[in-house]
Write a protein that binds this ligand. Structure first.
Ligand code: HEM
Length: 555
């Protein structure tokens, strides 16, 4: 406590000096700000900086000199909801919010989104750096969060040709199938142990998130558990901690951290984001590093040469370790660690959030639930579990997943893109260095594009083609909503992302009858969390097994 500290005269002097210098810095900062305001006023700040066009900036709030709208951003938490409500108030589908020197350009119009990511794709394919992504990518060693350049090209090539090529995904199918089976086993154990009638309330968020985590763990490390695991198929403490870390890390990666716009303030970490990010990364390192290090020791000798006589790769970690260039390992240990962490970051959040929302909406609209289950029964029957090969015929079920991606994205905005040159888009000036943020939420709910935009209506995605239902895809290349986005920074993993999402939903629908926890007459609460668009509470639902008993065992 402060009154227990006795200060020597020397430290008193330095404290006094510190106080004086802080005051002086503040007075200097305030004076500069005042001079700039008097000189330039507010309105001039809304002119595009030194662009050779007369086109105006998109509409937006008047920024302060130097700090831009950062003070307003800090007062209006959460930032993403402030931006969306500002756009609604201004009745605009594109805006410009200056934060520090950065022009942040949120967009809710599909036509403009296509102009940015299709017509001008090359100019808007850069990724801005941020405090969060620096940690997540181990200093920009990966694919998703790394700015354009040789490292991005190298890692993207490895991702597409070695990790998620069609042949590799086929090779990994058996691991994904095992995890679908384990999901059924776990949910069965959850609901039957709770009630003699064979049905019970299940924490679906936990089951769903762990399935997604298990699939990635199995594909990457060929294991479901870091520790002892659980006999009922559920997650151990280690897996829960890792999956929670994924969601915490993602919530921090583009969280309008002040120092991303005013870099000289990074040291102060006013919002505490950096501290949380460090803690999150430590969790990944704690579980991943021992496995990665041990495997590298097994597969490379002390001179960093590959031990070639080793057996065939068992998982994606083996694949990454065994890549070669001129007889030497292609990837350093740090690059392998970084890329593996990134795989967890990109593969768990979207499928699990979409399926949690889809089930909640479907339980509240039993006709939709019934139609999806009838379709699965018709295509698959009740004697075996649904397989990935059944998915082409499950269009109604896929329309439900697609509708959840439209209506309930986890985050308000897509990963930002940065412009590498001045541009004019939709008649507006977009200065070089702007951060373009397509609003996943705003696009998917745009009333100009979607009839009854707030209603969960899977039928809107069904289309007839040559007398039968056209294949429903989760991708939306026209950017009327964002699932996998589009262009050179678009998702490279549409097949595996779609398979994980569809299999998760189809398996849960086929294996159990679902209803609200308090019975059919009650509705699930569909309110959103404050800080993102996940469900405000974990989805709890009554599950009752509906297939022959042998399907719920693990043999
Ligand atoms: C349902 C699941 C998924 C969804 C909805 C999804 C969505 C997205 C989105 C919206 C982006 C950003 C696009 C942009 O910046 O415009 C993205 C980028 C990316 N995703 Fe996915 N993703 C999913 C699963 C995965 C999986 C499983 C992987 C890898 C195994 C993956 C790998 C990537 C990569 C590498 C990029 C960045 C490409 C680049 O920046 O060059 N995604 N994804």
């Amino acid at each position: 406590m402060i009154n227990n500290i006795s200060l020597c005269p020397g430290s008193l002097t330095s404290l006094t000096n510190l106080a004086i210098s802080t005051k002086i810095s503040f007075i200097i900062f305030a004076s500069i700000l005042l001079v700039l305001i008097i000189k330039f006023g507010f309105n001039t700040c809304r002119k595009p900086p030194s662009m050779s066009t007369n086109a105006p900036l998109p509409p937006g709030p008047a920024p302060w000199p130097i700090v831009g709208c950062v003070p307003k951003l800090l007062r209006s938490k959460p930032a993403m909801r402030w931006i969306l409500s500002l756009m609604a108030e201004m009745n605009t589908e594109i805006a410009c919010i200056r934060l520090g020197k950065v022009h942040v350009i949120p967009v809710t119009s599909p036509e403009l989104a296509r102009e940015f990511f299709r017509k001008n794709d090359e100019r808007f394919a850069q990724r801005p750096k941020s405090m969060g992504t620096e940690y997540m990518s181990h200093g920009y060693l990966t694919t998703v969060f790394t700015p354009l350049g040789d490292q991005w090209k190298k890692m993207k090539r490895i991702m597409t040709s070695e990790l998620i090529s069609p042949a590799r995904l086929h090779w990994l199918l058996v691991k994904r199938t095992e995890e679908a089976k384990n999901l059924v086993y776990f949910v069965y154990n959850q609901c039957t142990k709770k009630s003699a009638s064979g049905g019970g309330v299940v924490d679906l968020r936990m089951a769903i998130r762990q399935y997604a985590g298990n699939v990635v763990r199995k594909m990457v490390f060929n294991r479901r558990y870091f520790g002892q695991g659980r006999e009922d198929g559920g997650p151990g403490l280690e897996e829960v901690e890792q999956v929670d870390a994924i969601f915490t890390g993602l919530s921090l990666c583009y969280a309008f951290c002040i120092s991303d716009y005013l870099p000289y303030l990074r040291w102060f970490d006013f919002q505490g984001h950096e501290k949380m990010m460090k803690k999150t990364m430590k969790i990944f390192n704690k579980y991943h590093d021992p496995i990665i290090d041990q495997r590298i020791r097994q597969r490379r000798n002390t001179n960093d040469k590959l031990i070639t006589e080793k057996k065939e790769p068992e998982d994606l970690l083996d694949v990454l370790i065994s890549l070669k260039a001129d007889g030497k390992p292609l990837l350093s240990t740090e690059e392998i660690r970084a890329q593996i962490t990134e795989l967890f970051y990109v593969a768990v959040d979207n499928p699990s959030n979409a399926v949690e929302w889809a089930l909640a909406e479907m339980i509240n609209q039993p006709d939709i639930l019934r139609k999806a289950v009838e379709e699965i029964d018709l295509v698959v029957g009740k004697e075996r579990l649904v397989q990935e090969s059944d998915l082409p015929k499950l269009n109604y079920m896929k329309a439900c997943a697609r509708e959840a991606l439209r209506l309930h994205p986890l985050t308000s905005f897509n990963i930002p893109h940065m412009s590498t040159a001045d541009a004019v888009v939709g008649g507006y000036s977009i200065p070089k260095g702007s951060h373009v943020m397509l609003s996943r939420y705003g696009l998917g709910r745009n009333a100009r594009i979607w009839d009854e935009p707030l209603k969960f209506k899977p039928e809107r995605h069904l289309r007839m083609e040559n007398g039968s239902l056209a294949n429903v895809e989760l991708a939306e290349p026209d950017l009327r909503f964002i699932s996998f986005s589009s262009g050179r920074r678009g998702c490279v993993a549409i097949p595996i992302g779609s398979a994980m999402t569809n299999m998760l939903l189809a398996t849960l629908l086929q294996a159990f009858d679902w209803s609200a926890p308090l019975g059919d007459r009650y509705l699930i609460d569909l309110s959103e969390s404050v800080d993102d668009h996940s469900m405000s509470e974990s989805l709890l639902a009554q599950a009752k097994p509906r297939l022959p008993l042998c399907i719920y065992t693990m043999e």
